[in-house]
Design a protein around this ligand. Structure first.
Ligand SMILES: Nc1nc2c(ncn2[C@@H]2O[C@H](COP(=O)(O)OP(=O)(O)OP(=O)(O)O)[C@@H](O)[C@H]2O)c(=O)[nH]1
Ligand SMILES: [Mg+2]
Length: 208
């Protein structure tokens, strides 16, 4: 009991620190007019590869070891993106929010984690059929805080071809129900990782 309470307290303080940290990042950038800030979130079950996707995208590294995310973590990446209307290239600071995949924490962390998010990558593990169904609840938890926002659905671990249990058609149909695109990705090989983030940013900046 004591240990569980310590864990909950620890998680709470980590969340608070990361939230304040993210706000610090936002404030320190407030002066520059030509830089747009975008908060995006990764959602999906334990072990689907959310942290690995971010590490591949931001640092271009991958590790086979699994270290579960505790609470949340915010990573910053500066990119350039094109505004489809003006044709101009714009500087963007992406604030990428990672969250632990434990469903029991989905409700506890929901408000703080999703607040202000402008888009999301909803990640499932192609080798686990349940991880696709669970995305329904992740998306619901998120949109109850954010309202409708752009989402890109990702079927990750595409490199594990022999173990794939989710048909890419099923993933597409699932995504289509949310009016969203789907991509097969691999944080391990880097396949479609850049595309996943680029598509999401494009959907946020250039809504149709
Ligand atoms: N083969 C393969 N393994 C992957 C891939 N992405 C992640 N993994 C592995 O899957 C495990 C879980 O990855 P994480 O990125 O920690 O998963 P997560 O979604 O952040 O998990 P939580 O933080 O617990 O919610 C790790 O052992 C990773 O090395 C992938 O594309 N291919
Ligand atoms: Mg993680």
């Amino acid at each position: 009991m004591g240990i569980r309470r310590d864990y909950a307290v620890q998680t709470f303080f980590r969340l608070l620190t990361h939230t304040l940290d993210a706000q610090g990042v936002v404030e320190s950038l407030a002066e520059s007019n030509d830089t747009k800030k975008l908060k995006i979130c990764l959602v999906g079950d334990v072990g689907v590869g959310k942290t690995s996707m971010i590490r591949r995208y931001v640092l271009d590294v991958f590790d086979d070891k699994y270290i579960a995310t505790i609470g949340t973590k915010v990573t910053k990446k500066e990119i350039e993106a094109k505004n489809a209307k003006t044709g101009e290239t714009q500087k963007i600071v992406l604030l990428i929010w990672d969250i632990m995949g434990q469903p029991s924490f989905r409700e506890v962390l929901r408000e703080a984690y999703f607040y202000g998010a402008e888009g999301a990558l909803a990640v499932c593990d192609l080798t686990s059929k349940e991880s696709l169904g669970e995305l329904r609840y992740w998306v619901k938890a998120m949109t109850s805080t954010t309202g409708e926002i752009p989402i890109v659905f990702l079927g990750n671990k595409y490199d594990l071809k022999d173990d794939v249990r989710i048909d890419s058609k099923d993933l597409e149909v699932f995504a289509m129900k949310h009016g969203a695109p789907a991509l097969l990705t691999s944080a391990k090989t880097g396949y479609n990782v850049e595309n996943a983030f680029a598509n999401l940013v494009d959907m946020i900046l250039n809504p149709d």
